[in-house]
Design a protein around this ligand. Structure first.
Ligand SMILES: O=C(O)CCC(=O)C(=O)O
Length: 280
């Protein structure tokens, strides 16, 4: 763990990240029906600035992607991806363990508790490419579908920066679930979603607006055609009690090795890297 020499978190920021967001029954129903939910005014501008500065510093320090955009493949062009920042910085840990975001995850999924799968920063550079259509749970060897990601833009995210877009109700259909993020997932999943006529929600995000999506909800993002970076932090939650499933592909094997070391197939995932983040 790095020593945090950046000072103490202001009380109003702590109160925000540790606070409560009053969800309505209609929002919970909508999340479960459409597979994602966008929520406005969840985190304040000072909160996003406080944690955002540290997340950006850690992304710049830990980023391993140094090829120019023109020499990268589609996945590599989509974003700089730096994972499990909570293990590197106390300040990021405060963000990723934030009670407000974790309780929202538990309440939206309707589970008694949630654990950390991993966190990750996803920084789409100016000129960065599309994030192809995909469903995250293709990568996760987990026993049920009670998994979700909170996507937190660290600035207002108009269309030209490449906000996250969702295929509404797509978590209910078993299509394209065996495709990793690639040109192939973009074209094949797009064709299947279009054939089914599922609506795509590709609106901008205001400052303080965030989204949650299930592990099986198909989503993508447009290219960043602006001259500014699109800085985003995410936390992936899984139901407390979810079990390790036998890996179905090499990516799931690799996730087991990296994010759930020592977990055993068929047993609840509860390793040192998967702490409980909220529990009733
Ligand atoms: O930020 C992006 O462009 C993609 C995000 C994503 O796929 C996710 O958070 O599951």
């Amino acid at each position: 763990m790095e020593v945090d020499i950046l000072g103490k978190t202001p009380p109003e920021v702590l109160a925000d990240i540790g606070g409560d967001y009053a969800l309505t029954e209609a929002q919970i129903t909508r999340f479960r029906r459409q597979g994602y939910l966008k929520l406005k005014n969840v985190l304040s501008a000072p909160t996003l600035a406080w944690y955002g500065a540290e997340i950006t510093a850690q992304v710049l320090r830990l980023n391993q992607q140094h090829k120019p955009l023109s020499q990268r493949n589609t996945y590599e062009k989509a974003f700089l991806q730096v994972m499990n920042l909570w293990t590197k910085s106390d300040r990021v840990k405060e963000f990723s363990f934030g009670r407000k975001l974790a309780k929202l995850a538990a309440d939206l999924m309707g589970v008694r508790g949630v654990r950390m799968y991993h966190d990750q920063a996803l920084y789409k550079e100016p000129g960065g490419g599309i994030t192809p259509w995909h469903a995250d749970q293709y990568y996760w060897p987990l026993s049920n579908a009670n998994t979700c990601t909170v996507w937190v833009p660290l600035q207002a995210t108009p269309l030209e920066l490449g906000p996250l877009a969702f295929s509404a109700t797509s978590h209910q259909f078993d299509l394209g679930r065996d495709l990793e993020i690639s040109d192939e997932s973009e074209s094949q999943i797009n064709a299947q979603l279009t054939a089914k006529g599922l609506p795509v929600d590709e609106g901008p995000f205001d400052l303080g607006e965030i989204s949650y999506h299930y592990g099986w909800t198909f989503h993508r993002a447009a290219a960043n055609v602006s001259d500014r970076p699109r800085n985003v932090m995410t936390v992936i939650y899984m139901e407390d009690g979810i079990r390790l499933a036998k890996p179905r592909n090499k990516n799931q094997q690799s996730d087991w090795d990296i994010w759930m070391p020592d977990a055993k197939i068929g047993e609840p995932v509860a390793t040192i890297l998967n702490p409980v983040l909220y529990h009733y």
